[in-house]
Write a protein that binds this ligand. Structure first.
Ligand SMILES: Nc1ncnc2c1ncn2[C@@H]1O[C@H](COP(=O)(O)OP(=O)(O)O)[C@@H](O)[C@H]1O
Ligand SMILES: O=P(O)(O)OC[C@H]1O[C@](O)(COP(=O)(O)O)[C@@H](O)[C@@H]1O
Length: 305
């Protein structure tokens, strides 16, 4: 089974505008509301790929109810920890017909010690050997930075595999617990290591520096350029298919879904990277915060062969 864990889920609210104007009132040309948060997006993309998953996370208030209903409508199995606070809403402004966007992610509701303990207990109870767990996204206030490290240790002791997609201190401490795979984007990896990529040699140095922090393997995503897979023994670079980018929000989550789709079915790491790249590109080619479909992914894979 694949589990996704989202500690700080969100409604993604998108407003489409003709252009960005400061100190003026802009009128939206359109809007849309999507179920968001990194782990929930991975579950949504897996559902598009006809792959079942169980979405776990902290949800609260009417926004949490809305997210819960949206995941339910997609047929995604959920096991939530209810919280007293209100699940956040993240806002994007997207330029119509252009490729520019502005995105503001809220901090999220405060989580109590009891709520967090309940969630950790649920993870412990669900952990089984051979399952895949995606731990993804930022941490809401009240959750300690080492929470991913704690969860990775619990899951590892039970023989489960873990994929970590986060940022900042939570990512750094999570890496030290030895997740099976970590997926930062280039900016996150540069921030994590303090290194800057300017050429092929500095890219290799960055990948090795991330591996030294503790993960078993790394997929470094680099937007339209593609991604780099690195383990202590091998390094594989994969170029992304050319698409007309409409909105890259959710491309990283879709890539994680594609990686776990392959890995959980016993595919090689490089084969799974190909699936991850196709899923990321499929989503980047979709308007709004919609995610790519299985047909989109299959078309991209057929073209890349
Ligand atoms: N414009 C694009 N064209 C083709 N592929 C893309 C594009 N944007 C994203 N992708 C694919 O999605 C993956 C994840 O995107 P990226 O922007 O690196 O992640 P994140 O959303 O985490 O910042 C990339 O490695 C790439 O394969
Ligand atoms: O938890 P964070 O880091 O604030 O990110 C949450 C946001 O990330 C997203 O999951 C999109 O992430 P990616 O573009 O990295 O795939 C949005 O749906 C959500 O609003």
């Amino acid at each position: 089974m694949i589990y996704t864990l989202t500690l700080n889920p969100a409604i993604d609210f998108e407003l489409i505008v003709a252009d960005f104007e400061f100190d003026a009132v802009s009128r939206a040309l359109g809007s849309r509301v999507d179920c968001g948060g990194k782990g929930f997006n991975v579950s949504r993309m897996l559902a598009n790929l006809k792959m079942p998953s169980i979405a776990m996370g902290l949800v609260g208030g009417p926004t949490g109810d809305r997210l819960s209903a949206m995941l339910g409508e997609l047929g995604i199995d959920t096991r939530f920890t209810r919280i007293a606070g209100e699940t956040r809403t993240n806002v994007s402004l997207v330029q119509a017909g252009g490729s520019k966007h502005l995105k503001v992610n809220d901090t999220g509701p405060s989580i109590s010690d009891e709520e967090l303990a309940e969630l950790i207990g649920m993870v412990r109870a669900a952990a089984r050997p051979g399952d895949w767990w995606v731990l993804a996204g930022s941490l809401p206030p009240g959750v300690p930075d080492d929470v991913y490290a704690q969860l990775i240790t619990i899951l590892d002791q039970q023989g489960a595999f873990t994929v970590l997609d986060s940022s900042g201190e939570a990512l750094r401490l999570g890496c030290a617990a030895g997740p099976t795979l970590v997926k930062p984007n280039l900016a996150e990896a540069e921030q994590l290591t303090g290194l800057v990529v300017s050429d092929a040699a500095s890219l290799t140095a960055l990948a090795q520096a991330v591996l030294l922090l503790g993960p078993v393997s790394l997929v470094l995503s680099m937007g339209k350029t593609g991604a780099l897979l690195a383990t202590p023994d091998e390094q594989v670079e994969c170029i992304s298919p050319r698409i007309v980018e409409q909105n890259p929000i959710g491309a990283g989550d879709s890539m994680v879904a594609g990686l776990v789709w392959g890995l959980s079915q016993g595919q090689s790491q490089s084969g799974s990277l190909t699936l991850g790249i196709a899923c990321g590109a499929a989503t980047a080619s979709c308007a709004g915060t919609t995610l790519g479909t299985l047909a989109d992914v299959e078309a991209l894979l057929a073209n890349s062969n």
